[in-house]
Design a protein around this ligand. Structure first.
Ligand SMILES: NC(=O)c1ccc[n+]([C@@H]2O[C@H](COP(=O)([O-])OP(=O)(O)OC[C@H]3O[C@@H](n4cnc5c(N)ncnc54)[C@H](O)[C@@H]3O)[C@@H](O)[C@H]2O)c1
Length: 330
């Protein structure tokens, strides 16, 4: 498939700002959508930045003009007031414009493992691409299911050439350390302070003392989950663009393997010189993501296990880099 012009929505967001320079490096001409919410798009050569809001029904047709491929990353996260307009209508306008134009060779939708319920429901087997949609109880997860259903139906109704990349929880910069440590901003789930019940646990928050959290189940065993490093996410996007075999398919995009919170907490505590505090989180279920299809069909080779993600996060802090702005802490 010959691809020259690529539309990237959400180009100022966590994933978009990592994907954009790689598209440019690969030689694509990129039209990048910047929203007016403060997440600015880096100005690079060969990038035409368009400022707009996907809630505007007239924008999509203008955005896709002359484009070969659409990569749709723009999205609001947990936001009851906005998700229907920004995510559902926004996605509809874009896919419908692709269908109307007839010249889009591939539409790539950012999906999420949230559509499979991950840690909120028991997951007795690895989550593969055939796992039924089962949103966990948030408007965000509902949104990711509805977006995918829309993609599936547009493929069936009008043969829109859609690829869905279902990202696991994406880790960039020092996200993993922000998640695991008690001091500083809450990041992702669980929010440790909500699970502090003993006086010892509560004292850490009251005294502003830092420690590394370890998620455990009521039976005392450590929680297990699977996340993905930003570079593996970028790899999945780059392998998908212009890839005929990816059309009409959905792919899990996660790290090489699941991790266990006890092993991770010990590793991070050793690096940061902090104690480990256990938190019993009744709602958390273990899960892992089956990466067989992405490996075999896309050729995805996830390189960032959780230890490498931690090492990069430590390097990010050592270099004194500042965290990028984000609209949702997770
Ligand atoms: N970050 C994760 O852990 C993760 C995990 C799984 C899936 N995803 C999916 O990947 C995609 C990108 O996620 P992210 O983490 O980069 O998100 P982000 O919140 O960092 O960025 C979202 C982008 O969407 C833009 N946007 C929001 N509302 C808009 C509107 N009305 N019009 C135009 N642009 C708008 C924002 O300006 C921003 O550039 C989303 O679809 C998200 O659901 C993310």
């Amino acid at each position: 498939m010959k691809v020259q012009n690529v539309l990237l929505t959400g180009a100022g967001g966590k994933i978009g700002r990592a994907v954009l320079p790689e598209l440019v490096k690969a030689g694509y001409s990129v039209r990048a959508l910047e929203h007016t919410d403060g997440l600015q798009v880096e100005r690079l050569n060969n990038v035409d930045v368009v400022v707009g809001d996907l809630r505007d029904a007239s924008l999509a047709a203008r955005l896709i003009e002359d484009m070969d491929v659409v990569i749709h990353l723009a999205n609001v996260k947990e936001n009851k007031a906005l998700f229907l307009d920004a995510n559902i209508k926004g996605t509809f306008y874009l896919i419908d414009a692709c269908k109307e134009s007839g010249h889009i060779k591939q539409y790539i939708q950012a999906g999420s493992d949230a559509r499979a319920g991950i840690y909120y429901f028991p997951q007795p087997v690895p989550i593969d691409e055939n796992h039924p949609h089962s949103a966990y109880p948030t408007y965000y997860a509902l949104s990711k299911v509805l977006e995918e259903v829309m993609c599936e139906q547009f493929r069936i109704m009008y043969q829109v050439p859609i690829t869905v990349l279902r990202f696991s929880w994406v880790h960039a910069e020092d996200d993993i350390l922000t998640h695991l440590t008690l001091k500083g901003p809450d990041f992702g789930v669980p929010i440790w302070r909500n699970w502090a019940v003993s006086p010892e646990q509560k004292a850490y928050f009251e005294n502003g003392q830092d420690a590394v959290a370890c998620l455990i189940h009521p039976d005392g065993s450590a929680g297990k989950r699977q996340i993905v490093g930003i570079k593996d996410v970028v790899q999945s996007v780059m392998l998908s663009v212009g890839n005929r075999t990816a059309i009409g398919e959905a792919f899990n995009v996660s790290g090489p393997s699941p991790f266990s919170y006890d092993v991770l907490a010990d590793y991070v505590a050793g690096k940061l010189g902090l104690p480990v505090v256990k938190f019993e989180v009744a709602e958390a279920h273990d899960f892992c993501i089956d990466m067989t299809k992405s490996r075999s069909v896309l050729g995805l080779d996830p390189e960032y296990d959780v230890f490498r993600i931690v090492d990069e996060a430590l390097e990010f802090r050592r270099a004194g880099r500042k965290r990028s702005p984000c609209l949702y802490p997770g």
